[in-house]
Design a protein around this ligand. Structure first.
Ligand code: ACO
Length: 329
C-alpha cells in the first residue's frame, strides 16, 4: 500500500459504562444458563449504559482519554469520524454531537455505518485523508449503546451484546510504522441476516413497527456464524499478504469480539496461538463498532503492544461487511 506518508495511532482510549449485566442476571430474564452462554460464546458479562446515556456520552469519555494519551487537545483535531449503529439520533450525527461537547471547533464530523466493521472502515477513511494531506489529525471512534436496540426477551440475541466506546487519534508517524494495509469488503445480499428494520425510510416508526419489534436487532445467528468463520481468517490473511508479511510475522491479533469460537477459527487459519490474540469478550460481549478499539486500548494498557509490533485488526458485521488491517506500532 503506497500511502505517501506513514499514518498511525497517536493515542488510544476507551470507556465502558459502570453497570455490569452478568450471565446469571440473564438467567433471571430469559431461558438460558451461564454454562450455555460461556460454552457457545465465551461471554461472561457485558456493560450496560444508563437510560440517560447515549453513544456520544460513551464516545466523549473514550475520546478524552485518546486525546490525552496522544498529547493533543480537541482543537488539534481536523476531523471526527464516529462508527456506530446506535447513533444518538438519525441526525444530527453523533460525530457532530461529540465535536460540540469536545470543543473540537476546527473539526469536520461525520458518522459511518458499517456495523461491527465500522471502526476498520473508519480507520481506512481517516488514514487515506491524512496520507493525502487533507487533514493532520483525525479522531476515530467506535461507540455503541447496543442495549438500546436489544430485545431482552430474545435469548438468541440478548446474551451477546453490550455497550461501550473506544477511540484513537490518527496522525503522521515515523516511516516504516503505521498502517501497512487495508482490506474492506461488503456483501449486501446478506443484509437480511443481521438488521434493524424499523425507523428508517423503508419502515418508519409506527404502532405496527413497534408491535412487530422492528426496532430491535434481528439476527440469523447460525448463518452469521458461518459467514464470520469464513471471512475472519481470509480477510486477516489477505491484509497480511497485502502488507508484504507472512503469518509468522504477526505479533498480535485484535479481532472483533463476537464469539470465542469465531476468534478461534481465525487463529487456526492464521496458525496463531491464543497468547497472540487480544480477547476481552468475556467482560464486554459484542460491542459492535466499539469492540476493536476497546480491545486495542486495553492491549496498550496491559503493555501487550511494543514499538514495532505487527498488529492485525479484523472484523465482520451487518451489511454484510468485513474489514482487516495491518498496523505496525
Ligand atoms: N440459551 C440457551 N439456549 C439457546 C440460547 C440461549 N441464550 N440461544 C439459542 N439457544 C438454543 C437455540 O434455540 C437452539 O435450540 P434448538 O436446537 O432447540 O432450536 C440451540 O440453542 C442451538 O442454537 P444455535 O443457533 O445453533 O447455536 P449456535 O451454536 O449457532 O450459537 C450464537 C448461537 C451464539 C448466536 C452463534 O450462532 C453466533 O455467535 N452467531 C454469530 C453472532 C454474531 O457474531 N453476530 C454478529 C452481530 S454484530 C453486528 O453487526 C450487530
Amino acid at each position: 500500500m503506497n500511502l505517501g506518508m506513514s499514518v498511525g495511532v497517536l493515542g488510544t482510549g476507551k470507556y465502558v459504562p459502570e453497570r455490569v449485566l452478568t450471565n446469571f442476571d440473564l438467567e433471571q430474564m430469559v431461558e438460558t444458563s451461564d454454562e450455555w452462554i460461556v460454552t457457545r460464546t465465551g461471554i461472561r458479562e457485558r456493560r450496560i449504559c444508563s437510560p440517560e446515556e447515549a453513544a456520544s456520552d460513551l464516545a466523549y469519555h473514550a475520546s478524552l482519554q485518546a486525546l490525552e494519551r496522544a498529547g493533543l487537545t480537541a482543537e488539534d483535531i481536523d476531523l471526527i469520524i464516529v462508527a456506530t449503529i446506535t447513533p444518538d439520533s438519525a441526525f444530527p450525527s453523533t460525530a457532530c454531537v461529540l465535536q460540540d461537547r469536545l470543543g473540537a471547533k476546527k473539526a469536520a464530523a461525520f458518522d459511518l455505518s458499517a456495523a461491527c466493521s465500522g471502526f476498520i472502515y473508519a480507520l481506512a477513511a481517516a488514514t487515506s485523508m491524512i496520507a493525502s494531506g487533507m487533514y493532520r489529525h483525525v479522531l476515530v471512534v467506535g461507540a455503541e449503546c447496543l442495549s438500546k436496540i436489544t430485545d431482552y426477551t430474545d435469548r438468541n440475541t440478548c446474551i451477546l451484546f453490550g455497550d461501550g466506546a473506544g477511540a484513537v487519534v490518527l496522525g503522521q508517524v515515523p516511516e516504516g510504522r503505521g498502517f501497512r494495509s487495508f482490506v474492506l469488503g461488503a456483501d449486501g445480499s446478506g443484509g437480511n441476516l443481521l438488521n434493524l428494520a424499523g425507523g428508517g425510510s423503508r419502515c418508519p416508526a409506527s404502532e405496527q413497527s413497534l408491535k412487530e419489534k422492528k426496532h430491535y436487532i434481528y439476527m440469523a445467528g447460525s448463518e452469521v456464524f458461518k459467514f464470520a468463520v469464513r471471512i475472519m481468517g481470509s480477510a486477516a490473511l489477505e491484509a497480511v499478504e497485502k502488507a508484504g508479511l507472512a503469518k509468522d510475522d504477526i505479533d498480535l491479533l485484535v479481532p472483533h469480539q463476537a464469539n470465542i469460537r469465531i476468534i478461534q477459527s481465525a487463529l487456526e487459519k492464521l496458525n496463531l496461538p491464543e497468547e497472540k490474540c487480544m480477547i476481552n469478550l468475556d467482560k464486554y460481549g459484542n460491542v459492535s463498532a466499539a469492540s476493536i478499539p476497546i480491545a486495542l486500548a486495553e492491549a496498550v494498557e496491559e503493555g501487550r503492544i511494543r514499538e514495532g509490533d505487527r498488529i492485525v485488526l479484523v472484523g465482520f458485521g451487518g451489511g454484510l461487511t468485513w474489514g482487516a488491517s495491518v498496523l505496525v506500532w
